[in-house]
Design a protein around this ligand. Structure first.
Ligand code: FMN
Length: 165
C-alpha cells in the first residue's frame, strides 16, 4: 500500500485532543492541501476561518454541542462557501467536501488528529467567526494532537456497495 492509500485507510476521526499548539508550518501545509482540492470549473468556492484564539474557541464552544472538543483543540477551521464564487450549489458543496477530506488527510499525515463537525449554515457560528454576507458555513473541522487512538471503524463491504456492469 502506498502512502496515500495508507493515509486514507488509517485516518480516523479524533475527538479528544492535547492542548499543545499546532506548529504554524503544519497548519500552513494543511491549508495548502485544502486549497488544492478539485472544484467544478476550478471556481474554488471555499473560504477558511482559522479559529485559534482562546476567546473565540470558548465562544464557539458555547454554541457547538461537542463543546469540549472545540475548547480543547488548539485550532478549529470553519469552511465557508462563497456563494458568489461558485456556479452550482450542489457542485460547490461537493468541492468543499473534497476540500475537507484533504484537510483530514493532510492532518493525519502530519501526526495530527481531526474531526469533521457537521455544522451547516449555523447563524450563531457564522456570527462568531465573522462570516460575510455572501458566505455560508459548510462545516467545522477541529484539529490538534490526538489524546486518543480511536479504534478501527467498520465500513460496508464493497460487495454491498458496488455494481459492475
Ligand atoms: C458530513 C459529516 C458530518 C459529521 N458530523 C460529525 C459531528 O457533528 N460530530 C462528530 O463527532 N463527528 C462527525 N462526523 C465524523 C463521522 O462521525 C465519522 O467520519 C464517521 O463516524 C466515520 O468514522 P471515521 O472518520 O473515524 O472513519 C461527521 C462526518 C461527516 C462526513
Amino acid at each position: 500500500m502506498n502512502e496515500v492509500l495508507r493515509a486514507i485507510r488509517e485516518r480516523r476521526s479524533v475527538r479528544v485532543f492535547r492542548t499543545d499548539p499546532i506548529e504554524s508550518e503544519k497548519l500552513e501545509a494543511i491549508l495548502e492541501a485544502a486549497r488544492w482540492a478539485p472544484s467544478g470549473r476550478n471556481t474554488q468556492p471555499w473560504r477558511f476561518v482559522v479559529v485559534e484564539s482562546k476567546e473565540k474557541r470558548e465562544e464557539l464552544g458555547r454554541v457547538v454541542t461537542q463543546m469540549d472538543m472545540v475548547r480543547t483543540a488548539p485550532v478549529t477551521i470553519a469552511i465557508l462557501r462563497d456563494k458568489d464564487a461558485g456556479y452550482d450549489e450542489i457542485k460547490d458543496a461537493q468541492a468543499i467536501g473534497a476540500c475537507a477530506q484533504n484537510i483530514l488527510l493532510a492532518a493525519h499525515s502530519l501526526g495530527l488528529g481531526a474531526c469533521w463537525l457537521g455544522r451547516l449554515r449555523d447563524p450563531q457560528v457564522e456570527k462568531i467567526i465573522g462570516a460575510k454576507e455572501n458566505e455560508e458555513l459548510m462545516m467545522l473541522i477541529v484539529l490538534g494532537y490526538p489524546a486518543e487512538r480511536p479504534g478501527t471503524r467498520d465500513r460496508k463491504p464493497l460487495a454491498e456497495l458496488v455494481r459492475r456492469i
